[in-house]
Ligand binder design. Structure first.
Ligand code: UT7
Length: 318
């Protein structure tokens, strides 16, 4: 049997930081409201030169270095992003050119939004399990600051920019134990990004019915945990870490409670980074791996949730 395992992680955050106090000067909001309702204190915002592909390259190179793998040994690139620099070529193709590894398959997943990384991760796992591909670079990279309406206080305070990467490689022992993906298009109106007019691209911004989305997230993710544990004949007590999508501290809290995990067993980056959409899971994983909290052999529950609705999980022996 061939399985996939996490060989390396990497991330990139833009230099510029926007605090809640900075936002108080832009929209009708307060630090207290943002902290209390979301748990966010600040977020990183990309400068002009910090594009989706540029951030993906930094995160990808860091993950490759940690894995001890040269770009030439990458067999596939999958990028998840709701904010690609171009409609096409894909960010994955732009990245492939930067890595100088023409030839391997490279593609983007664009529409799965904050669940996008779980979709990309699951696809990568299936390819490796099928036995034909050895190493895959999986990246989430987002410049959310370019698609939020900076006049809409209900969304602009939530998001941040950044990129996270994972190198998945073939192994004899299972690293990725299982992945689980779902979608329900009947909730398409709860969170969406219109395409905008072709003559004036980028005019449109994120639309969200936050409180409905909140309830859907809490209910759906609880069921997803049960499904993921049952598929592996595991109990909540077998989980060492929850590595969640970072949308709202109250959602993360509720998810930790569902798994009976204390918050110091949850990777939390939301306070410092905001919601970086499909970059949030690999960003949080990389931080906890690099500061030594997550150790080899531990069991991780990863989960993502976003527009579609789309949601997914992975159970991983790191
Ligand atoms: O990553 C994809 C998945 N995303 C999510 O899962 C997000 C889920 N939703 C949420 O995190 C929360 O619903 C929000 C943080 C977006 C909003 O929190 P909430 O507790 O659900 O607030 P609300 O939308 O029900 O709004 C409550 C009030 C409203 O005022 P009224 O109508 O009660 O007078 C809003 O206008 O808060 C007001 N409000 C704000 N006030 C100050 C909304 N945004 C702000 C703001 N500052 N930034």
């Amino acid at each position: 049997m061939t399985y996939s395992t996490i060989l390396g992680t990497g991330s990139y955050l833009p230099e510029k930081i926007l605090t809640n106090f900075d936002l108080e000067k832009i929209v009708d909001t307060t630090n207290e409201w943002i902290l209390e309702r979301t748990g966010i204190q600040q977020r990183h915002v990309a400068a002009e030169h910090e594009t989706t592909v540029m951030m993906a390259e930094h995160a990808g190179r860091a993950a490759l270095n940690q894995a001890g793998i040269k770009p030439a040994n990458i067999d596939m690139i999958i990028v998840s992003s709701t904010t690609p620099d171009l409609v096409f070529p894909s960010t994955a193709c732009l990245l492939q050119e930067r890595f100088g590894i023409a030839g391997c398959p490279a593609f983007d997943l664009n529409g799965s939004a904050c669940a996008g990384f779980m979709y990309a991760f699951s696809i990568a796992d299936q390819y490796i399990r099928a036995g034909k591909i050895k190493n895959i670079l999986v990246i989430g990279s987002e410049v959310m600051s370019r698609i939020v309406d900076w006049k809409d206080r209900s969304t602009c305070v939530l998001f941040g920019d950044g990129a996270g990467a994972i190198v998945l490689g073939a192994s004899k022992e299972p690293g990725i134990l299982s992945t689980h993906l779902h979608a329900d298009g009947t909730h398409k109106d709860v969170l969406y990004l219109p395409l905008g007019s072709r003559k004036t691209p980028n005019l449109e911004s994120i639309k969200m019915v936050g409180n409905q989305l909140f309830k859907l997230a809490v209910n759906t993710l609880g069921n997803l945990f049960d499904e993921t544990l049952a598929a592996n004949h595991m109990k909540k007590s077998d989980i060492d870490w929850l590595v969640p999508h970072q949308a709202n501290m109250r959602i993360i809290d509720a998810m930790a409670k569902k798994l009976n995990l204390p918050l110091d067993r949850v990777t939390i980056t939301l306070d410092k980074q905001g919601n970086t959409s499909s970059a949030s899971i690999p960003l949080a994983l990389d931080q906890a791996v690099r500061d030594g909290r997550i150790q080899r052999g531990q069991i991780l529950m990863m989960e993502g949730f976003g527009g579609g609705l789309a949601w997914g999980s992975a159970l991983v022996r790191y």
